[in-house]
Ligand binder design. Structure first.
Ligand code: IMP
Ligand code: MG
Length: 182
């Protein structure tokens, strides 16, 4: 599997520093502990980031999950967002939601989800992404918290996949183009 990686972009310790910094920002910004904060993990790519991040947040948080898809089998978004696992909750109006995403590319997934959750009545909706490829934006969108901006390369590891593989790598690496150009 590691033979398919062209370059390690972020090592385990670099990612650890990013999650620590974001957790500290979240504790600072959501200082009122009497308000309910929901970390909403977007399956499947965000599961590793979410697991590390939530352990570092000191204030009380609740967690939940949604699953959406915008990608077919390849490395380009289809742009059409499908909700595969929805939030079925009656208490959205009591929740400050922080959507936790692995990476922002076109921006379509997160901008759609933020609108969807606000329409559903959430008290507030903010977003947190480990990685961001700003040069790929098709809609105007900026996350509230970002681990790092990266160039236009297809990356895998630390939850991110290509064709469902590589999610278990502990680092983020650039996939060799010959892997998906085969
Ligand atoms: P967006 O809606 O175009 O912003 O797409 C975001 C989603 O695309 C992410 O949640 C990932 O699932 C996927 N994605 C975008 N870029 C990459 C990448 O470089 N590696 C793996 N998945 C990616
Ligand atoms: Mg994803």
């Amino acid at each position: 599997m590691t033979n398919d990686i062209k370059e390690v972009l972020f090592s385990e310790s670099e990612i650890d520093a990013m999650t620590t910094r974001i957790a500290e920002q979240i504790d600072r910004d959501y200082a009122d502990r009497s308000k309910r904060l929901l970390l909403l993990c977007i399956l499947k790519g965000s599961v590793v980031f979410m697991s590390d991040l939530m352990k570092k947040i000191k204030r009380p948080v609740e967690i939940d999950f949604m699953k959406v898809s915008s990608y077919g089998a390849g490395t380009e978004t289809t742009g059409k967002i499908n909700i595969i696992l929805d939030l079925h909750r009656a208490d959205l109006s009591e929740l400050d939601i922080l959507v936790v995403e692995d990476i922002i590319d076109s921006g379509k997934t997160l901008s759609y989800l933020v609108d969807y959750l606000k329409l559903g009545g959430a008290r507030s909706v903010n977003t947190c992404t480990l990685l961001d490829k700003p040069s790929r934006r098709q809609v105007d969108f900026q996350a509230t918290y970002t681990g790092a901006e990266i160039p236009d390369e297809f990356v895998v590891g630390y939850g991110l996949d290509y064709a469902e593989l590589y999610r278990t790598l502990p680092y983020v690496g650039i996939l060799k183009p010959e892997v998906y150009n085969k």
